[in-house]
Design a protein around this ligand. Sequence first.
Ligand SMILES: [Zn+2]
Length: 328
Amino acid sequence: MEISSILQGGYQHPLSRAWQSRRQLTKSMFMYPIFITDDPNASVEIPTLPGQRRWGVNRLEEFLGPLVQKGLASVILFGVPFKCEKDGRGTPADDPSGPVIQAIKRLKTLFPLLYIACDVCLCEYTSHGHCGLLHQDGTINTEPSVERLAEVALNYALAGAHCVAPSDMMDGRVAAIKRKLIDAGLGNKCTLMSYSAKFASSLYGPFRDAAGSAPAFGDRKCYQLPPAAKGLAKRAILRDATEGADIIMVKPALPYLDVIADAAELAPDHPIACYQVSGEFAMIHAGAKAGVYELKTMAFEAAESMVRAGAGIILSYFTPEFLDWLSA
Ligand SMILES: [Zn+2]
């Protein structure tokens, strides 16, 4: 046997195995997506997302208090309104009495050290369920869409969000949001995390259940990227980095590890985030339930492969479990 043939001597012990990763998973890498609804006392199970619930603002202390104790560092808020009057421009998105703005304020008071990101989109608030404003013929009207998204982002930032994260995939929205934040004096107070490469995926089903955000007609393929579009994803990443994004995100995560690696290469000086979406989470649970693998082992394998690909921030519904697992 040649000396150069032997690799196994380098990873024979749990510690030397751990040393083989360039970066270890840490609690602060995990950002927990949470659904805030407009019934302030709600705590409603979401059947397709095991263990996840829609929460009202009055329940946030009991829900998040124990997690903050365990080291929860950040959350990303999604508004799930049921009672509001939806319209063509998503007016309820930044209603001061709506769930997101109320939740930001409550969380800042309850947990002053918790980092609060807000998803910015219009689909939960528009009557047609699309992520932007539409022309008469039902196609996206880009300019007013971007203007409206920037307005919503600014209002979340003004309410105290540490980070705004546009998920709509409208062209030019990163520049518009950044400009709006700067003009309002918040350029140095609010992070812009862009869902830069967001693909039109089959893995969003449980989220749409949770958020009630399926489009009333058509689909989102004219703004979300085609799954095979590697080049387009690279252009979107570069564009958003140029337009002022502070963090670049890839969504979904596991089927798009090559895109995460591309992002890490194209934007080497930006933090890279990825969103392990609802369908990925549900899939890992379903496989574990069917006896295909052990849940924790698979959850670690998935998260570690995202970090290996180049992500430093993982948006994941497994966040509460990882707070336990990484304490052990
Ligand atoms: Zn949307």
